[in-house]
Design a protein around this ligand. Structure first.
Ligand code: MSP
Length: 498
């Protein structure tokens, strides 16, 4: 069972921010969950290094575009390291294999390419051609709101409109776009489909891949970038892991992925991706993050303050994956204190300390654990189902049902009182039950907070192993051990400033 998940490739004009981290953590959560469920996962991320935007940023910094890309792509890699992103490949569009793959792709779809004149606007920050019909009086970009550049040039066009009907049936019959509420905007756009420009004259954009046999033109950066998803897995050679099972993208670039990309693949005779998931945007006090507003959230700083698992956790606990969200340090601090320090960290610490002190040889299973007022099996099934649908928000809600229950269970059963009363066997049963609940929590927490989860697993003697399919994963999570040999987890989530 293979599973291929991708992130967008990020522009290297600037260093990564929390928005980039969000998409990549989402893909990592999926990759970790799928591996746990036994899939042979291939997780791709990388950087988008060509085009006018990078060329301009490099000029401003008085360096060559390649020098800028060499420096900036490393910041992305560093961030992925810091955040524990388990990618299998990091592609750069300046990689030789990618460049060759793009040229070969162009050759393959040549029958769908023609030369014509483009008269309209171009947005450099978005790297998008904006036809005059799409702009209002302000002459600003309808996507990012920034000033546009007027362009009148001969370039190459791709016969996108030819694929209208095929695109419609592909998208509707296969349920490609997720979440469902994003479908209509794409289907509406298809109704008005026009051919698109896919090259720029070298006199205007010097940094990119040259059109094969026409050195005076540079391939449009989006055309180049989208091909990364197949060049990374062997195109034009054999691609055993294509099609992608899911492309994770921000809502801003959904149309490129759901319209342009599948049509390009259809033209080249390559199967389109199975699913495209578009998530929402993080804003700061209702505003887009931007350098000029000085409100860009630096993920490195956040990790310094809260730790990597807390950052990973917060972004998916706070808002449903798919919706927009508003970021503030206050919010993350509040969740950190109440849910990670208090609910989770405290649960792990008090149980593990108590067990270490009172049951140094481990707690034995005397009977199958059963919890009359919570349906653990249903929760675990629900969790697997929600994770499979990338509904992380509901999956975390289910996890917290178990966490709250475990805390209540510990309070009510009060093993520290039982042991004082000399009720050794009863105490052992309670600690065993708590160990069992922690085991379940460890699995359910793993995709979100892998580092915490691994420490707790080790201290409780839990093995987070790979299953063979979702059903077996459920069994693995619910399976009860003969013995829990527990040692203290220590403080996993220290108080901020404490
Ligand atoms: N290079 C293109 C993508 C090419 S994919 C073949 C690009 N790059 S980007 O650097 O601008 O990053 C795009 C992605 O970063 C968005 O689609 C989104 O996934 C993520 N985000 C950037 N800012 C974001 C927020 N403020 N909030 C959430 N995610 C955002 O577009």
């Amino acid at each position: 069972m293979k599973f291929y998940v991708t992130t967008p490739i990020y522009y290297v004009n600037d260093v990564p921010h929390i928005g980039h981290a969000y998409t990549t953590i989402a893909a990592d959560i999926i990759a970790r969950f799928k591996r746990m469920a036994g899939y042979d996962v291939f997780f791709l991320t990388g950087t988008d290094e060509h085009g006018k935007k990078i060329e301009k940023a490099a000029q401003e910094k008085e360096m060559s575009p390649k020098e800028l890309a060499d420096i900036t792509h490393k910041r992305f890699k560093e961030l992925w390291e810091v955040l524990g992103i388990s990618y299998d490949k990091f592609i750069r569009t300046t990689d030789e294999e990618h460049v060759e793959a793009v040229k070969e792709f162009w050759r393959r779809i040549r029958a769908d390419i023609y030369k014509s004149k483009y008269v309209g606007w171009y947005c450099i920050p978005c790297e998008v051609f904006v036809p005059s019909s799409q702009i209002g009086e302000s002459e600003n970009c309808p996507i990012c709101g920034r000033p546009l550049e007027f362009v009148e040039e001969e370039n190459h066009f791709f016969s996108l409109s030819k694929y209208k009907e095929r695109l419609k049936s592909y998208l509707t019959e296969n349920d490609v776009i997720k979440p469902d509420f994003r479908k209509s905007e794409v289907l509406n756009a298809i109704e008005e489909l026009q051919d698109i420009s896919i090259s720029r004259p070298r006199s205007r954009v010097g940094w990119g891949i040259a059109v094969p046999e026409e050195e005076n033109f540079i391939i449009y950066v989006w055309f180049d970038a989208l091909i990364n998803y197949i060049s990374a897995v062997g195109f034009p050679g054999v691609m055993s892991i294509w099609p992608a099972d899911v492309h994770i993208v921000g809502k801003d670039i959904l149309k490129f992925h759901a319209i342009v990309w599948p049509a390009m693949l259809m033209a080249a005779g390559v199967e389109p991706p199975k699913q495209i998931f578009a998530h929402g945007w993080w804003k700061v006090r209702g505003q887009k993050m931007s350098k000029s507003l000085k409100n860009v959230v630096d993920p490195f700083e956040l990790v310094q303050t809260f730790g990597r698992d807390a950052v990973r956790f917060f972004l998916f606990r706070e808002i449903p994956f798919g919706n927009d969200g508003d970021f503030s340090e206050d919010l993350i601090e509040r969740r950190y204190e109440s849910e990670l320090v208090k609910d989770l960290g405290n649960l792990f610490l008090r149980i593990s300390r108590f067990a270490e002190t009172n049951f140094p040889d481990g707690v034995r299973k005397r009977r199958t654990p059963s919890f009359p007022d919570i349906n653990i099996e249903q929760i675990v099934s629900g969790w697997i189902e929600r994770m499979s649908a990338f509904d992380f928000y509901s999956a975390l809600n289910l996890l917290f049902q178990v966490v709250s229950y475990a805390n209540r269970f510990a309070d009510q059963k009060a093993p520290w009182k039982l042991i004082k009363a000399g009720l050794y066997e009863e105490t052992e049963n309670v600690v065993y039950d708590l160990g069992y609940l922690v085991k379940i929590i460890v699995f359910m927490l793993y995709p979100f907070c892998p580092f915490t989860s691994e420490v707790v697993a080790e201290k409780f003697g839990v093995k987070i192993s790979n299953a063979n399919g979702e059903n077996e994963l459920k069994e693995l999570i619910l399976q009860s051990y003969e013995l829990f040999k527990i040692s203290s987890t220590g403080v996993l989530f220290p108080k901020i400033g404490g």
